[in-house]
Design a protein around this ligand. Structure first.
Ligand SMILES: Cc1ncc(C[n+]2csc(CCOP(=O)(O)OP(=O)(O)O)c2C)c(N)n1
Length: 390
């Protein structure tokens, strides 16, 4: 990678300087799928009146929106995490590059070799630069200092002008300065006090359901805090904590449920569900015995509370799609009857629970990822040999 700073540097760019630099070059809009590394920048972009912040439902959408804007003479900067690079590659490779549409990417790099990160980031951390090289997208690390950042953007602009190709600025943890100006919108609204009044926090709702679901029920959890909170409520071998593959939990649950033999639930986030909204159609159409629970907090809580596209009426949508039963709970008192109704019904069911976010994040799930996979497979009578389990 054209590194201009080494792992372990602790740069702290002022998010306002970054946005001013981009604004000066005509970038008045930012399309983003969040990452906590980008948190302070996204929070400022979402708050500043001179920047239009577009919460994209997935990375390919963010790139496509920026490409669409380019056709109209507008410039949209795309902010994403490298775990979404695979998704972004579709429009990058088959739209932006062949049509000569230059898009500026600000991409946080998780799993960079030499740094400590969660294991599900390893593969993309090792391969991000190589993938960009292979695809033909020039890239450079965002430097530690303000002048360096301005120079990096100028270089990106020069390269994009000369090549009509996308350019990717790579961002490390701690790149952006945090402070009172960078409190995300989703964190500053009063609903954030968990479980006060007639609201449930996500952790409380998860605990409530875990206490009632039958022990043999498989529970697939989405990436972020949802899995951690289920683990904190009490681990079971039937729990499949997905720490990556954002948006895929419901499809994984569908794949499991199609085997039959055990009840299956998916604990999903609203952002994650939105990322693969089409899976709702697949679940409805294929009709498995599956309880899809969506904890709707209206933001990307796990990455810092960034705004989410919407509002999204998940239960109402599932109803229209032909789910066997759906329920929407806006208050704790509504949970028991919704739960009773859904558990009495076979087929695809969707439970949407309006929740607050949790200010104190649960600790990471301490289990090795292959171990989580192996123990679930064993429950289906398919032990994994040591070679495939490691
Ligand atoms: C493809 C991809 N893009 C972005 C991320 C970064 N990320 C991890 S958790 C998360 C937020 C999840 O939000 P949501 O599903 O709404 O659940 P919540 O945290 O709000 O409960 C994001 C954006 C990711 N892991 N994968």
């Amino acid at each position: 990678m054209n590194a201009t700073s080494a792992p372990g540097d602790t740069p702290a760019l002022d998010p306002d300087l970054v946005l001013d630099t981009l604004l000066a070059r005509g970038y008045r809009e930012m399309a983003a799928v969040p990452c906590s590394y980008l948190g302070p920048l996204l929070a400022r972009a979402a708050r500043r009146p001179d920047v239009t912040y577009f919460p994209a439902t997935c990375e390919s959408e963010a790139v496509s929106v920026a490409a669409g804007a380019w056709f109209t003479g507008r410039r949209v900067v795309v902010a994403l995490q490298n775990s979404g690079l695979g998704d972004a590659l579709n429009p990058l490779a088959s739209l932006c590059l062949p049509y000569g549409v230059p898009v500026l990417l600000l991409m946080s790099v998780r799993g960079e070799p030499g740094t400590r990160d969660e294991p599900h980031h390893d593969v993309m951390g090792r391969t991000t630069a190589r993938i960009l090289d292979d695809v033909g997208i020039a890239h450079a690390w965002v430097p530690a200092d303000s002048a360096g950042f301005v120079r990096a953007v100028e270089e990106a602009e020069r390269a994009m002008d000369a090549s009509r190709r996308a350019y990717c600025l790579l961002i490390r943890k701690g790149t952006f300065r945090d402070g009172p100006q960078t409190v995300p919108l989703g964190r500053s609204v009063p609903q954030q006090v968990p479980g006060t009044g007639d609201r449930l926090s996500r952790a409380q709702a998860i605990r409530w359901l875990r206490e009632r679901l039958p022990e043999e029920q498989v529970v697939v959890t989405t990436t972020g805090l949802t899995g951690r909170e289920l683990y904190a409520a009490g681990d079971r071998p039937t729990h499949l904590y997905l720490s990556g593959s954002m948006g895929c939990a419901s499809a994984v649950g569908l794949g499991i449920a199609r085997a039959g033999g055990r009840p299956v639930a998916v604990f999903d986030g609203d952002g994650a569900s939105l990322m693969r909204f089409g899976t709702l159609v697949s679940v409805a159409a294929s009709g498995p015995d599956l309880l899809h629970v969506i904890y709707n907090n209206g933001c990307y809580d796990s990455t810092g509370g960034q705004p989410l596209q919407g509002p999204v009426p998940f239960a109402a949508t599932a109803d229209l799609l032909g789910y066997a039963a759906t329920a929407y709970c806006a208050a704790p008192a509504e949970l028991p009857s919704a739960y009773g109704k859904l558990m009495a019904q076979p087929g695809p069911r969707l439970l949407e629970i309006k929740v607050t976010t949790d200010p104190v994040p649960a600790p990471r799930v301490p289990l090795a990822l292959p171990e989580i996979a192996t123990r679930l497979r064993a429950l289906y009578g398919s032990p994994v040999t040591t070679a495939t389990a490691s």
